[in-house]
Design a protein around this ligand. Structure first.
Ligand code: NAD
Length: 354
């Protein structure tokens, strides 16, 4: 066994009902006295409940998915005008993403309080959108110094969004198995993430207030993002990146829909990954485990349901092809991508596509 693994410097505080106390302590540890509290309107009530003891100098709710540059510029200008010395984000990946955009140019420390399973809080990856083009980059300044996880804050996430977001986390895990910097440490995190999602998400669907289910999903979200941050973007993320940026498809639902087709395509060429994913699901085949879980969760099924059209398939395949990682376990042609996208567009049975 031979590998090089980067472990990112981050403090993680995990405790249900403890976000307010943990947040107060961590802001104290940072010595911050002028906090910019970032939360989208839908997340504002959650922020209210945990920010009572914070030295908030500025509240900011101008959050838009995929962080348009003008939204980032307004947030940066506000941070400068109020002389803030720390950023606290309370919300999903879009809110964390805006805090990262501010940190990228200011170097301000972020304390992230995630309320979905997107996992952005555990990666040094930022994203900005200009027109229809999404640019991403990696910078240690945007990695939150502290993550405060509190599963009680995820109770209000609607079931449908919880499922899509949970499958976004599952996609981080699966893609980590064969991404360019895949290594045994990432694989261990990813496998535990898959196991925990398979336990937690059905409980959340059965009862959105099931704290144990929520905790399993949130813990898995952290593992999934840690694996992804180290392993990098594999075929699945390259496909979803183009679909999200070029066709403005919703992030989590796109991941949830595309994942089984990538697993169907790559699985036979990646027997170790296939074996580990199946073991994590507790099934004989990886794809069978994923398809079974998606059925149980009534998860997103077809890209056509999210605005992707049949006549975009060929163009999307051409746009994805140059970014396919050369290390993908199976060579990928434009025809392969067209077949994969066609199946994902229509929601065809992933077990019969390749
Ligand atoms: P999101 O942040 O846009 O949230 C979806 C909706 O749910 C929003 O309206 C939000 O306000 C609401 N919401 C969030 N938490 C809630 C809660 N607990 N209760 C009720 N409503 C709640 O969506 P997302 O899927 O979390 O994040 C997607 C974004 O994150 C994309 O832009 C994606 O590119 C980015 N992302 C980045 C990384 C990274 O490493 N940089 C990783 C994953 C995702």
């Amino acid at each position: 066994m031979r590998f090089v693994h980067d472990t990112l410097p981050q403090r993680v505080c995990f405790g249900s009902g403890e976000a307010a106390a943990n947040l107060g302590n961590e802001i104290g540890n940072l010595g911050a006295s002028r906090v910019m509290l970032i939360a989208a309107p839908a997340e504002s009530d959650l922020a209210d409940t945990i920010a009572t003891d914070l030295p908030v100098a500025l509240r900011h709710d101008d959050v838009v998915m995929h962080v348009p540059v003008e939204v980032a510029d307004r947030a940066r200008a506000a941070a400068a005008a109020y002389g803030v010395d720390a950023l606290v984000s309370v919300g999903g990946g879009s809110t964390t993403g805006l805090a990262k955009a501010v940190a990228l140019t200011t170097g301000l420390p972020i304390v992230a309080v995630p309320t979905t399973y997107a996992g952005s809080e555990a990666t040094p990856v930022w994203g900005l959108t200009e027109g229809a083009k999404k640019t991403t980059g990696t910078d240690s300044r945007v990695l939150p110094k502290v993550i405060v996880y509190d599963a009680a804050l995820t109770m209000s996430l609607p079931v449908e969004m919880s499922v899509a977001s949970g499958l976004n986390a599952l996609a981080h895990c699966v893609d980590s198995m064969w991404a360019p910097n895949a290594d045994p440490v990432n694989a261990a995190f990813a496998a535990e993430g898959i196991r925990s999602l398979a336990v937690g998400l059905p409980k959340v669907v059965a009862n959105p207030m099931d704290l144990d289910g929520r905790e399993h999903a949130l813990y898995a979200a952290y593992l999934s993002a840690t694996a992804f941050a180290s392993a990098g973007s594999g075929l699945h993320h390259k496909i979803c990146h183009v679909l999200g940026g070029k066709y403005n498809l919703p992030h989590a639902q796109t991941h949830a829909t595309v994942l089984p087709y990538v697993l169907a395509f790559n699985g036979p060429a990646a027997p170790d990954a296939e074996r580990r994913i199946a073991a994590a699901f507790g099934t004989t085949a990886a794809l069978g485990g994923l398809v079974g879980l998606k059925r149980e969760l009534n998860a997103p099924r077809a890209l056509a349901d999210y605005g992707f059209t049949e006549d975009s398939i060929a163009e999307a395949a051409e746009a994805i092809l140059p970014s396919v990682p050369p290390s993908n376990p199976r060579p990928v042609t434009a025809a392969d991508l067209r077949a994969l996208l066609r199946a994902a567009w229509s929601g065809a049975d992933p077990e019969t596509v390749f």
